[in-house]
Design a binder for this molecule. Structure first.
Ligand SMILES: [Zn+2]
Ligand SMILES: [Zn+2]
Length: 651
C-alpha cells in the first residue's frame, strides 16, 4: 500500500501514515498515555470515529484535528455513546426479545432513548437498576465497531432482530447508500455516529427521568417510553447540572402557579388554554398597567379588535393559505369565520376604515390581543406552550423615512421594560430568507434600517443569516432568567408585504397616494408565557408591585383581630393589597403560611403592638424588622411600589 500523510491541526504537524492505520493507533502513538483525552477526529468529511482507518476518510495527504474531551463536540460523542449503552442495558434487563427500540439522539444537556417493552412498562424506580447495568457495560469496555450494509441486508438484519421501527427508519433512507451501524458487545444499532472507540471511556452520567413519546412524534402512532439521561466531562460539571435541574424543578411554574392560586389548567376541557384565578389576574393586571404606562409615554394608542372574523379577511391576509392548520373555525349562517391567530389583519381593518394622511403617521396601534393557535397536545407545556394567549401586540404604520427612528425608539422601549425585571438579553437580527417576497431594494433598505437602529442604540447583536420572515427582516430579543436560561420574547418585524396585500395607502405631503410601511412588534411576546417566565425567575416571590397579596396582617390571638382589621382597611384605602389571617392558628403557623404564599410583608400584632399602635414587621425572607408605625411602613412601601423595585426597601 502507498504511504499517506496527515497534517494535524492546529499545530500543522505532518505525520506519515499508511491507509490501513486507524486514527486510534495514530492518536495513541502521538499522545502516548494521554490519548484518552481525545475522543474523535475532525476530517474534511466531518467529525468521525477514532476507529476508522485513514484510507477510509481520504487519500493522499489531508488535514485532521483531534477532538478534545472538553469541547462541545466531544460532549455529543459521549452522550450519543451513552444512549447506545442505555439501550443495551435495557435489552439486558428486560430481555432482548422484549425490547423494541425507537430513536436515541443527543439533546441539549443530555440524551434519551425511546423504547417499547411489551412485558410491562419501565418504572421511575427502575432507573437505578438500568444505571447499574450501564456501569457494568462501561466496565466491560466493549470496543465500538462501525460497519455498513447495503439497504436490503440492513433491513433483513433489523427484521431478524425484531426491530420494526429501525426497519421503518432504514426504509426512509435514500436508495443506494450503504447503511451505517455500530456494534458494542452483543448490541447493534442503526446509527450515523460518531462514537467513542470503546464503552470504557465514558464520563460521569446519570439517568434523569421517564416520559411518554409517540413514535415519530405523531399522536396516531404507538406511545413509547422515553428515558432521559445526561453525561458530562467531569463530576463537578455533572453535579452543577443536577443542581440546576433541582432548582428548575423548584421554580417550575406548572407546580407553583396552581399552588400560589395564579392559574389552573384543565386538559380535558380546554387543553393549552389556561384559566387565570383571582391572584393571577391581579398580577397580570399589574403587568398590563406598567406596560400601558410605558406605551402611553411612547405615543401608543390602544384598540380592541374582534376575536372572530370572516374568512374573507384571512384569505386576503394569506393566513388561509399559509396558516390554516393552526387556526380554529366557526360556521354560522352558512358562513365561515375564523378565531384570530394574529392581530395584524384586525388592525389593518381599522387603518383602512377611512382615508389616512401623512399627518397621522407614524401611527402606533396597540392591543392586548387574545389569539388562538392550534398546537399538538404533545407539545403543550404549562404557560410556555399554549393554544390561547394574549399578545402585547402593536403595529406601527409609517413612511419609509420613519423606519430608523421608530426601530430605535422600540429598542429603547424594550430595554426600559426589561430593566424593570432585571433581565439581561441577547439580540439577533434575522436577514432575508431564501423564498422571500419583495424586491432587493426593499430588503436592502429594511435590513440596513434595522442595522442602523441597532448601531444607534449601541446594542450588541448577532446576525442570523436568512432567518427573517418571508415578508421582512426582524430583530429578536432573548431574555436571560436567573438560572441563565434564555427565552425569546420581544420581536420587531418590518413588513412591506401586508400593506401591499391590503392595498393600504396614505395621502402624502405631495397630495399623492403612498404605501405605508408596517412594523409588527411585541415586548412580552405573550402575557401568559411572560407570566410563566416571571414565576420561574422569581420562584413565585414577585416584587411587591406585582405580588397579588402585598401584606399579610397576622393577629397573635383573637383579641387582636379588630385592630388587624383596622390596619388592613387603612392599607386598602392607600391601595395596598392586604389580608388578615384571623384563623385560630399559632402565629408561627401563620408566618410560615404567608412565607409559603410568597407574601412580601407580614405584620405581626400582639398586645404590645395594639397598645403602642404599631405593627411588628417581617419580610418573607425571614427578616424581623421590629415594631414600627403603620405610617412609616406605608411611606417606604409606596416608594418601593412606585419605583417598581425588585427587592425590599426595608432590607
Ligand atoms: Zn449512535
Ligand atoms: Zn402583526
Amino acid at each position: 500500500m502507498s504511504a499517506m500523510g496527515l497534517i494535524v491541526n492546529p499545530e500543522r504537524v505532518k505525520i506519515d501514515v499508511t491507509p490501513e492505520q486507524t486514527f486510534l493507533e495514530i492518536l495513541k502513538s502521538e499522545k502516548k498515555d494521554r490519548w484518552k483525552e481525545w475522543v474523535a477526529v475532525k476530517t474534511k468529511n466531518g467529525t468521525t470515529d477514532l476507529t476508522r482507518t485513514v484510507g477510509e476518510m481520504g487519500s493522499g495527504e489531508y488535514e485532521i484535528e483531534w477532538v478534545h474531551r472538553d469541547t462541545t463536540e466531544a460532549q455529543s460523542v459521549y452522550r450519543h455513546t451513552m444512549s447506545h449503552i442505555l439501550a443495551q442495558a435495557v435489552t439486558h434487563i428486560y430481555g432482548v426479545k422484549n425490547v423494541v427500540l425507537g430513536i436515541g439522539p443527543t439533546i441539549e444537556n443530555g440524551f434519551y432513548y425511546d423504547i417499547l417493552i411489551d412485558n410491562g412498562a419501565v418504572q421511575e424506580e427502575d432507573l437505578p437498576k438500568i444505571e447499574k447495568e450501564m456501569e457494568r457495560i462501561i466496565k466491560e469496555n466493549y470496543p465500538i465497531r462501525h460497519f455498513t450494509l447495503p439497504k436490503e441486508e440492513a433491513i433483513a438484519l433489523m427484521r431478524e432482530k425484531g426491530q420494526p421501527y429501525k426497519v421503518e427508519l432504514i426504509e426512509h433512507l435514500p436508495e443506494g447508500e450503504p447503511i451505517s451501524f455500530y456494534e458494542q458487545g452483543d448490541f447493534v444499532d442503526l446509527c450515523r455516529g460518531p462514537h467513542l472507540s470503546s464503552t470504557g471511556i465514558i464520563r460521569p452520567f446519570k439517568l434523569l427521568s421517564l416520559a411518554g413519546a409517540y413514535w415519530r412524534g405523531d399522536e396516531k402512532n404507538q406511545m413509547l417510553q422515553r428515558i432521559y439521561g445526561t453525561a458530562f466531562p467531569t463530576n463537578e460539571a455533572l453535579k452543577d447540572y443536577l443542581e440546576f435541574l433541582e432548582e428548575s424543578k423548584r421554580r417550575d411554574h406548572r407546580r407553583l402557579g396552581p399552588q400560589l392560586g395564579l392559574f389552573h389548567i384543565d386538559t380535558e376541557i380546554a387543553a393549552g388554554m389556561p384559566f387565570f384565578l383571582e391572584k393571577g389576574v391581579i398580577a397580570l393586571t399589574e403587568l398590563q398597567t406598567v406596560w400601558r404606562k410605558f406605551h402611553k409615554e411612547a405615543g401608543y394608542i390602544e384598540v380592541i379588535t374582534p376575536l372572530v372574523m370572516h374568512e374573507k379577511l384571512w384569505r386576503q391576509s394569506g393566513h388561509w393559505d399559509h396558516y390554516r392548520e393552526n387556526m380554529y373555525f366557526i360556521e354560522k349562517d352558512e358562513q365561515t369565520y375564523a378565531v384570530k391567530p394574529m392581530n395584524c389583519p384586525g388592525h389593518i381593518i381599522i387603518y383602512k376604515s377611512q382615508a389616512r394622511s401623512y399627518r397621522e403617521l407614524p401611527w402606533k396601534m396597540a392591543e392586548f390581543g387574545k389569539v388562538h393557535r392550534y398546537e399538538r397536545s404533545g407539545v403543550l407545556h404549562g404557560l410556555f406552550r399554549v393554544r390561547s394567549f394574549t399578545q402585547d401586540d402593536a403595529h406601527i404604520f409609517m413612511t419609509e423615512d420613519d423606519i430608523v427612528r421608530e426601530a430605535t425608539d422600540l429598542i429603547h422601549l424594550i430595554d426600559r421594560m426589561y430593566k424593570v425585571f432585571g433581565f439581561e438579553y441577547r439580540v439577533d437580527l434575522s436577514t432575508r430568507p431564501e423564498n422571500s417576497m419583495g424586491s432587493d431594494e426593499l430588503w436592502e433598505l429594511a435590513t440596513e434600517s434595522l442595522k442602523k437602529a441597532l448601531v444607534e442604540t449601541q446594542v450588541d447583536y448577532r446576525i442570523n443569516e436568512g432567518d427573517g420572515a418571508f415578508y421582512g427582516p426582524k430583530i429578536d430579543f432573548h431574555i436571560k432568567d436567573c438560572l441563565g436560561r434564555t427565552w425569546q420574547c420581544a420581536t420587531v418585524q418590518l413588513d412591506f408585504q401586508m400593506p401591499e396585500r391590503f392595498d393600504m395607502t396614505y395621502i402624502g405631503q405631495d397630495n399623492q397616494e403612498h404605501r405605508p410601511v408596517m412594523i409588527h412588534r411585541t415586548v412580552f411576546g405573550s402575557l401568559e408565557r411572560f407570566m410563566g417566565i416571571l414565576i420561574e425567575h422569581y420562584a413565585g416571590a414577585f416584587p411587591s408591585w406585582l405580588a397579588p397579596v402585598q401584606v399579610s396582617v397576622l393577629p397573635i390571638a383573637d383579641r387582636h383581630n379588630d385592630y388587624c382589621q383596622r390596619v388592613k382597611e387603612t392599607l386598602a384605602n392607600r391601595g395596598i393589597r392586604a389580608q388578615v389571617d384571623s384563623r385560630s392558628k399559632k402565629i408561627n403557623y401563620k408566618i410560615r403560611d404567608a412565607q409559603l404564599n410568597k407574601v412580601p410583608y407580614m405584620m405581626v400584632v400582639g398586645d404590645k403592638e395594639v397598645e403602642e399602635e404599631k405593627i411588628a414587621l417581617r419580610t418573607r425572607n425571614e427578616k424581623d424588622l421590629g415594631a414600627i408605625t403603620l405610617d412609616s411602613f406605608i411611606d417606604v412601601f409606596e416608594k418601593e411600589v412606585k419605583e417598581l423595585a425588585d427587592h425590599s426597601l426595608f432590607e
